[in-house]
Ligand binder design. Sequence first.
Ligand code: F6R
Length: 244
Amino acid sequence: IFENAQEGAIRAAHEIASVIRSKQKEGRNAVLGLATGTSPINVYRELVRLHKEDNLSFKNVITFNLDEYYPMKPDELQSYVYFMHEHLFNHIDILPENINIPDGTLPIEKVKEYCLNYEKKIEAVGGIDVQLLGIGRTGHIGFNEPGSSNQTVTRLVKLDPLTITDAAKDFIKEEFVPLRAITMGVGTIMKARKIILLAWGEGKAKILQKTIEGNISDEVPASFLQQHPNVQVIVDQWAALELT
Ligand code: F6R
């Protein structure tokens, strides 16, 4: 629990940087699972700073983003492709071919095969070393809304009405928010060797309490993280308000 989100974000960035650096020393790739939204913005800012001021290279880094709206064109302002370039990729030395973000432009009949290949691609590079997560007020991680089991894999999902309401701020009007998304599954996330969950602000306090102290259930998909052997939950004092 950190006094403020900024300090927590710096801690998360340093955890990620240390994974990248230790893999570099071994001459291996570091595979990162990445999130979008408000929660990781300051983490990416600190990673960019470490790249510019502290010699952190991303040449050995392979990334897989958790999710993308469907349908969504990469050049739209609300796309997660746009977000990731704006906040991270445009400012570091990652190789473009090492960036993976679910494709929101595919025709519907191609989505299933694409999702299976996304899973295979993660496995082919040795699995995710560190997965960064935010949490939605529904208890979603990625876009695994209530009802998502711990066996779920990358797939097309429907967004929960509360998630659509929360996303409306980015789309001017609620009617403009896509109804669906492609997301890694809870099962995909659970395979990561290390997980960092971020939560800032009082708005996350209730769902964070259920996630950490509540029953493990698909009603709160994030609660499955209780079963993972290596999770760090990095929060500010406001998100921690409801913890006992
Ligand atoms: C984003 C994602 C979502 C967000 C969550 C919290 O890639 O997978 O699970 O992490 O909706 O969003 P923010 O951080 O905007 O509160």
